[in-house]
Design a protein around this ligand. Structure first.
Ligand SMILES: *Cc1c(COP(=O)(O)O)cnc(C)c1O
Length: 366
């Protein structure tokens, strides 16, 4: 194995030296004022990632992976006394239905096969039949396949019918467009270690100030009760539970780097460049994408495993050359491999990746 491993899995990502070095900033106590300041600074930067959200949204951060933020968002904002409509076309939409079920929240699901777009026709039918639906939950970028779900159609539906949207933006926040007003967005959940290029261990929820203000005093739950995080982090700056201090150092540095580099639009253009280059190379050696190219996010693409290759073989051959690709999930496990475009991947790394893919897949010389 080469020394520098390039991660092409959908998070955690290959870090920049600057972010890696931030992990070493020191030993801080999470109950000291300097950490409260740091948390406030992180939340302020998070809400500025999409400048339109600054002013009408507040971010809160919690220690846990992306799923913890998704679960906390659903626990805190999905109602107990009206129904939530879940749009599921992959692992992450289905996971949100599972979370709602486990929290005893009433919900209905409009599902479609993983390779299809969100089932908006079924969503409309369910809404027509059931006047008790007040909220919609959806996945912005369905990492299962790489599909960027159709947010403009979903936004129109939510606005027309006055439905509040709770969005899993874990693998799109910081790299794809999020227009909160167009979406009728109430809250989104995301994480430090995907498009923001931080370290795994902190995730966050960004929600409308009016939604935070409208939460009941006792909204139940303990660790996943975001009301307590909001009261603390937007009060004296402290969180109800111990935060991952060094991960917070890294996230602050990653956000500073993100801003200096030009924000989400710049990141999208960098990812798009990598996506185009890789898909062209793969196509030239006969490797087909799972979805039509124009349906992918900039963040990740799924490709059909070439004939005579199994995933483990391809993964091992690429890892030998210093690259970690990602398997398909569930029913796609034997059919696809995935390549994410996030993180600190230099021009030389990308060149080497292209050469390695051709060598391995075309010439068979591992
Ligand atoms: C990565 C991801 C998550 C969260 O996964 P964790 O392993 O908990 O970080 C949730 N939703 C989507 C769409 C993701 O890509």
């Amino acid at each position: 194995m080469t020394e520098r491993l390039i991660l092409l899995n959908p998070g955690p990502v290959t870090l920049t030296e600057r972010v890696r070095t931030a992990l070493m900033r020191g030993d801080w106590c999470h109950r000291e004022p300097e950490f409260a300041e740091l948390m406030k600074d992180i939340n302020a930067r998070l809400v500025r990632v999409y400048p339109d959200m600054e002013g009408s949204f507040d971010a809160v951060s919690m220690t846990g992976s992306g799923t913890s933020a998704v679960e906390a968002m659903l626990h805190t904002f999905a109602p107990d006394d009206s129904r939530t409509l879940v749009l599921a076309n992959g692992v992450y939409g289905e996971r949100m239905a599972k979370i709602l079920a486990s929290h005893g929240k009433p919900f209905v699901v409009a599902s479609s096969p993983w390779t299809d777009p969100m089932n908006l026709a079924e969503a409309e039918r369910l809404l027509d039949d059931d006047g008790g639906i007040s909220h919609v939950v959806a996945v912005h970028h369905e990492t299962t396949t790489g599909r960027l779900n159709d947010m403009s159609a979903l936004g129109a539906l939510c606005r027309e019918r006055g439905l509040e949207l709770l969005l899993d933006a874990v693998s799109s926040f910081g790299a794809e467009h999020i227009d909160a007003d167009q979406l009728n967005l109430t809250a989104l959940a995301a994480t430090a270690n995907k498009c923001l290029h931080g370290v795994a261990g902190i995730s966050f929820v960004v929600a409308r100030k009016t939604a935070w203000a409208g939460l009941p005093l006792d909204s139940g739950g303990v660790y996943f009760n975001l009301r307590a995080y909001h009261a603390g982090q937007h009060g004296d700056g402290f969180s109800p539970f111990t935060q991952a201090v060094q991960v917070a150092f890294a996230l602050q540095e990653a956000l500073a780097e993100f801003e200096e580099e030009g924000g989400w639009e710049q990141r999208r253009s960098v990812y798009r460049g990598r996506a185009t280059r890789l898909s062209q190379i793969l196509e030239s050696i006969g490797v087909a994408s799972l979805l039509p190219p124009d349906q992918y996010s900039c963040v990740l693409r799924s490709y059909r495993l070439p004939k005579d290759w199994d995933y483990a073989q391809l993964h091992a051959a690429l890892k030998e050359k210093g690259f970690v690709i990602y398997a398909g999930q569930g029913g796609l496990a034997n059919d696809v491999f995935r390549i994410a475009h996030m993180g600190n991947i230099g021009a030389a790394d990308l060149d080497r990746l292209c050469t390695s893919l051709v060598e391995i897949l075309k010439e068979g010389s591992t």
